[in-house]
Design a protein around this ligand. Structure first.
Ligand code: GLN
Length: 288
């Protein structure tokens, strides 16, 4: 009997379920829709249509990778973040929906700066795919961004993502270890740095442990190394009324706040992620 979308979908789901993947049905749908370039809705209504042997083979190969715990979007090579389609590569963290919270928190600040000055300069430290910076540039036309990363592979990926999303004219990439190679001041400093304690890295689920780059996760012994490096030099690179927006680990609000307070900043806002954990902190200079 000829294979149909429905039959390969059911086969894929069963194979992922047998491999112990909890989100088997959803993952099968996402993989097939991504590989065939069909929306999830189209996949549903066209379920009875036959599929070619080549496509069936591509799907089976992808399902085998997922069964071995590679994340869906690593297999597809790209994922959506804040409405942008972003390419992933070996040395970039896969952008998480929780990180969209950070973008949400910063858009009003970027708009305020633009209203006051006509433009806004953003720096995204450890930009990876460029996700945070590109989402802000996409949301606010007058903003310009600099993405830094220690990885050349990440910088190339961020530049490609800027190009793909029509943001290349307003985005630059710089190889830098946090602020080391950075010059000048910015209206918004943003970062989702590595914040996992080295010791607990090996406890992470295989999708993260084996497929996200360790350099994007490992925050050192107490998980705070990157925040320390950023806090130490932030004053030199922040405009007078600038803001610093950071993603943090669920239990780091107090510790990160203390680090920035020690350098003359004050917590101006915070937000929780989709799971209700503290995830975003926003600092300003402690002036008044
Ligand atoms: N949110 C990621 C995770 O839970 C960690 C990202 C980071 O260290 N910045 O795996």
């Amino acid at each position: 009997m000829a294979e149909t979308l429905d039959s390969i979908l059911a086969e894929s789901r069963d194979r992922l379920r047998a491999a112990g993947i909890e989100s088997a049905a959803l993952d099968a749908r996402h993989l097939i829709s991504g590989l065939l370039g069909l929306s999830l809705a189209v996949l549903m209504v066209r379920g009875g249509e036959p599929i070619s042997a080549t496509n069936a083979q591509r799907i089976r190969a992808a399902v085998a990778r997922r069964a071995a715990r590679e994340p869906v979007y690593r297999i597809l090579g790209e994922r959506e973040f804040f409405g942008l389609r972003l390419k992933l590569s070996k040395e970039t963290l896969e952008p998480r929906p929780d990180t969209e919270t950070l973008v949400d928190c910063l858009i009003p600040h970027v708009r305020r700066v633009v209203a006051r000055k006509g433009s806004c300069r953003i720096i995204d430290l450890g930009t990876g795919t460029g996700a945070i910076c590109l989402a802000l540039l996409d949301a606010v036309l007058e903003a310009r961004g600099l993405g830094t990363d220690i990885s050349e592979d990440a910088l190339a990926t961020a530049l490609e993502n800027a190009q793909r999303n029509g943001l290349a004219e307003r985005f630059e990439a710089l190889r830098s270890n946090w602020f080391e190679a950075v010059e000048g001041r910015f209206d918004v400093i943003v970062s989702n740095p590595p914040y996992i304690r080295s010791k607990v890295l090996e406890e992470l689920e295989p999708e993260v442990r084996l497929h996200d780059p360790a350099a994007a996760l490992d925050g050192g012994d107490d998980g705070l190394d990157a925040y320390r490096a950023i806090a130490l030099h932030a004053d030199r690179h922040l405009e007078t009324d600038g803001v610093i927006g950071l993603e943090i680990g669920f239990d780091q609000k107090q510790a990160v706040t203390a680090l920035f307070e020690a350098q003359g900043f004050r917590l101006r806002g915070s937000a929780k992620d989709l799971g209700g954990n503290d995830r975003v902190l926003v600092f300003k200079r402690d002036v008044e």
